[in-house]
Design a protein around this ligand. Structure first.
Ligand SMILES: [Zn+2]
Length: 215
């Protein structure tokens, strides 16, 4: 009986020791949880977004978003993609956009980064534009830092305020990075290159790091 009791006490002691050993890790993971960045590749599934020949916005946004997410994970951030395959989140645009932002809200994301591709009828505009909601000063700051980071490798337009549903619903600093114009021949060409996609993702990751004050 006494032997059993000794074994039980020993087991408990070992268990307690194991928990204490793990505690600092657990505490640091909770106390200094890495910020969660929700990355939202625009469109998907039945919704191709902008189209130029056989090039779909939904494919370009996904490619850049996945690269951005990988870079952010390498920098220690937590990343959640609203989609990571060629799928839509809902059967209507409004429901789809609401779901994307609602996901970010429910997850308590630190930032929401939507990735899109622009298009306009003249075919003369090129370069990225970062959009933000006018009502949100943090979003404006994020858009500004993101634009400054993009300027290192491309020629972005100044950040622009916009009324966009997905940004309105998001409760955290949120931007929509339109990475270029599919209607512009050079932009269309380079946005398809994995090299340029990586360059854009790198700049965007730098913007995130600068905003979150970790670089
Ligand atoms: Zn779009």
């Amino acid at each position: 009986m006494q032997k059993r009791l000794t074994i039980l006490i020993l087991t408990l002691l070992i268990g307690a020791y194991w928990l204490i050993q793990r505690a600092p890790e657990t505490v640091s993971a909770v106390g200094h949880a890495a910020p969660l960045v929700v990355i939202d590749p625009g469109h998907g599934g039945w919704d191709p977004g902008a189209i130029r020949g056989a090039v779909y916005e939904k494919s370009l946004t996904l490619a850049v978003a996945l690269k951005l997410g990988t870079l952010l994970q390498q920098r220690g951030y937590r990343v959640y993609y609203t989609r990571s395959t060629d799928t839509a989140l809902s059967s209507t645009v409004l429901k789809d956009l609401t779901q994307r932002a609602t996901l970010a809200n429910q997850l308590g994301a630190a930032l929401f980064i939507s990735v899109h591709v622009n298009t306009e009828p003249t075919g003369t505009m090129a370069g990225p534009i970062v959009y933000y909601t006018r009502a949100s000063l943090p979003s404006y700051r994020l858009a500004t830092l993101m634009t400054q980071s993009l300027a290192a490798t491309s020629r972005p337009h100044p950040p622009r305020p916009i009324r966009q549903w997905v940004l309105e619903v998001s409760q955290m600093p949120a931007v929509n990075v339109e990475i270029g114009f599919l209607s512009h021949s050079v932009d269309a060409q380079r946005m398809q290159s994995t090299w340029y996609q990586a360059v854009l993702a790198q700049s965007m990751a730098n913007g995130v790091s600068r905003y979150l004050g970790q670089s």
